[in-house]
Design a protein around this ligand. Structure first.
Ligand code: ADP
Ligand code: MG
Length: 223
């Protein structure tokens, strides 16, 4: 009875997630297909960057959902947080260039944290993706990496659309999205990963001004 209900809920949730994946992966694949179908070799070459960036995007989306499916598969190791951050930032360079978005960095202090490398990378990717989506051409994302009271702090500040109080209050609620092609799972995944890492997340946002998302991860003193 109660368990049947719980299982039904899980199935409905899995179904909704499956639809989101299908949707998010199909969009970049359709773009790539269209470009590869272009008759002329030179034209194809000219679109190489965009093709690569779209494939990267599809790959990124699949990674996001893998974490939802297999939360037990985490592998905790001592890692340099700044290195993981660089890897995540690297994945956005082409897209940022194409969207004329500037990403600036201040890497004050990197620390060793005990974490699942892929999951922390996914946290950074989800936050960066939201920042990119909130920005118009010419926008800026500033990334700050530093250490504060035993925590590695990573702050992502964008000068994009910002959020209303209601959106901010509901952030992390599964499937709550303000985007026509959003899935409303990105921040929920970030929250889950932060919980499993004993980390914290703070979000400040002002409509029309921008958003600042701060991630705090406990530093490993033995690292
Ligand atoms: P999705 O991006 O698929 O909508 P998320 O969980 O990543 O799902 O984000 C939920 C909602 O939070 C977004 O739809 C958006 O309204 C808001 N949001 C998140 N990050 C930002 C940001 N940097 N700027 C403005 N709004 C944001
Ligand atoms: Mg998102």
């Amino acid at each position: 009875t109660e368990e049947v209900l719980r299982n039904t809920e899980k199935l409905v949730f899995a179904g909704q997630v499956a639809v989101s994946i299908a949707h998010e992966v199909r969009n970049p694949l359709t773009t790539v297909k269209g470009m590869l179908q272009l008759a002329n070799k030179e034209v194809r070459l000219r679109h190489y960057d965009l093709i690569m960036s779209e494939l990267e995007r599809a790959n990124l989306m699949v990674g996001e959902f893998m974490i939802l499916g297999k939360p037990q598969a985490a592998i905790f190791k001592l890692e340099d947080c700044g290195e993981i951050l660089q890897e995540a930032l690297h994945l956005f360079t082409i897209q940022a260039k194409l969207s004329e978005i500037e990403i600036t960095q201040h890497l004050a202090e990197s620390a060793t944290i005990l974490c699942d490398r892929n999951q922390i990378k996914q946290v950074f990717l989800n936050i960066l993706k939201n920042a990119m989506e909130a920005l118009l051409q010419g926008g800026n994302i500033h990334v700050l990496l530093d250490v504060h009271e035993g925590y590695q702090c990573v702050t992502f500040t964008d000068n994009g659309s910002g959020m209303t109080e209601e959106v901010l209050r509901r952030i992390g609620e599964p499937f709550h999205t303000t985007k026509p092609d959003g899935n409303g799972l990105g921040i929920m995944i970030v929250q889950r990963i932060m919980e499993s890492h004993q980390g914290k997340m703070n979000i400040r946002s002002e409509i029309g001004c921008g958003t600042s998302v701060e991630i705090m991860l406990p530093i490993n003193r033995n690292g």
